[in-house]
Write a new protein. Structure first.
Ligand SMILES: [Zn+2]
Length: 437
């Protein structure tokens, strides 16, 4: 009987899907995608292409700058000098390592500062992508460097403890340390770190908040509060996230999204963010990143052994357990990071594809998703070659995402309200919620 019912249900489903298939035949996915992409043209398209393509080179310059500074610190024996200072300042070995690591991170930050300020401040302003004054930007940089000194110092102290105890198999122990830091970071980041840069406040009650919480409940996300963050302090970029676990689950969206997106676009974006949460992408990224770091550590270990044999004495580096050798390990880790960029991007991009699919199914707003994606075209090239996308994109390209939305739309036409013409509708701006007293 059950089987009969099932086959009846299957027949009914086929019958019901016939009109959809008929519609789908009329709906040209590629033409609809092209029509959306054609709404970003001329100077706007040229600017976002130039901005994003320039970023490819910055990956290389950043890596080369780090490597150059590391060689400088080794050949001038400045690294050994920093270690001597640390040894004079403290009696315990772990504290000496922490002091060396803190000084090293500071020196590296100061020597790469010209590149950092060009990349993070002047270049962003040249492309009209920053809302920050120089003092505000420098303030954020100082805070970020402070966090890097403390977190990096602790991480490297733990790492060197592992290197000294098990000089051959330390990469395995270093992986465990990385995993612990990633987990602690994703727990503490939204609660302690992010509020140091931006103000989070509960979103005012209203239909937008109700819609987001309803969408969260429908997908089993245990959140009862929505926060809004003043990302306009830094830029006009739209963004949102669902962060935390173990009872710290928090939905946050930024004021740019509230100001610049229509209710349907907000729904489409939030459904994507809920997808990351439901699909456990934080846990997955901890696993993948730990494995990737592990391979990087093994490579650095081999590289260290090779160069240390030749130059170790000249550089005043005693052995692999000597923190003065950190620049040498970092040289090989940076080289590995450069080569692994396409792998890391592809891992993250795969999660983004999954969240896109989840979001389309949860929000059922393919057109609003497409227009929301076009808003990201201000800083991400819309239509790259497939190879470019694999190597440089940590999110799918605008073309891929709009095409996915249009494919979804073509297969769900009979379930959707009458579709608008495939042109970017003017966003209906809704005012950001007034501040909570
Ligand atoms: Zn995402």
């Amino acid at each position: 009987m059950f089987a009969r019912l099932c086959s009846f249900a299957a027949l009914a489903a086929v019958a019901m899907s016939v009109p959809a298939l008929a519609h789908a035949a009329d709906f040209d996915v590629k033409a609809a995608t092209d029509a959306y992409l054609a709404t970003v043209t001329g100077a706007a398209r040229a600017k976002s292409d130039a901005y994003f393509e320039g970023g490819y080179w910055l990956i290389l310059w950043d890596a080369l700058a780090t490597i150059a500074v590391c060689f400088l610190l080794l050949f001038t024996r400045a690294s050994a000098g920093l270690r001597n200072v640390a040894e004079r300042l403290a009696r315990w070995r772990w504290l000496q390592t922490f002091i060396y690591a803190a000084l090293f991170i500071l020196v590296l930050s100061i020597l790469t500062f010209p590149l950092t300020i060009y990349e993070g401040f002047y270049r962003e302003h040249a492309y009209g992508l920053s809302n920050m004054s120089l003092p505000a930007w420098l303030g954020d940089l100082a805070k970020g460097t402070g966090i890097a000194v403390v977190a990096g110092g602790l991480g490297l102290t733990a790492g060197y403890a592992a290197i000294r105890r098990v000089p051959k198999s330390w990469p395995v122990w270093a992986m465990i340390i990385v995993a612990a830091f990633l987990i602690i970071g994703s727990l503490l980041g939204p609660v302690f770190i992010e509020p140091m840069f931006n103000t989070y406040k509960p979103m005012n009650d209203g239909p937008v908040k109700d819609g987001i919480l309803s969408l969260a409940r429908a997908n089993g996300v245990p959140a009862t509060q929505v926060f809004q963050v003043d990302a306009s302090r830094q830029s006009d970029r739209v963004s949102a996230n669902v962060a935390g676990f173990l009872g710290t689950t928090r939905i946050a969206l930024n004021d740019n999204l509230l100001r610049r997106a229509s209710p349907a676009e907000i729904k489409a974006v939030m459904a994507h963010e809920l997808g990351h949460y439901v699909l456990n992408h934080i846990v997955k990224s901890v696993v993948y990143l730990t494995l990737l770091f592990g391979v990087g550590f093994f490579f650095s270990n081999l590289g260290f052994a090779a160069l240390y044999r030749v130059f170790g004495a000249n550089w005043g580096v005693r052995d692999i357990g000597d923190s003065a050798g950190l620049p040498l390990l970092l040289i090989f880790f940076t080289l590995f990071g450069l080569v692994a960029t396409p792998i890391q991007n592809s891992i993250v991009r795969e999660d983004e594809v999954q969240a896109d699919i989840f979001g389309l199914n949860a929000a059922r707003e393919p057109d609003a998703f497409a227009t929301a994606i076009l808003k990201l075209a201000e800083y991400r090239k819309l239509d790259p070659t497939p190879l470019e996308e694999i190597v440089f994109y940590d999110h799918p390209s605008g073309r891929s995402r709009v095409a996915m939305a249009m494919q979804w739309k073509s297969e769900h036409l009979n379930e959707l309200p009458p579709a608008p013409a495939p042109v970017a509708p003017a966003p209906e701006p809704i005012k950001p919620a007034p501040p909570v007293p």
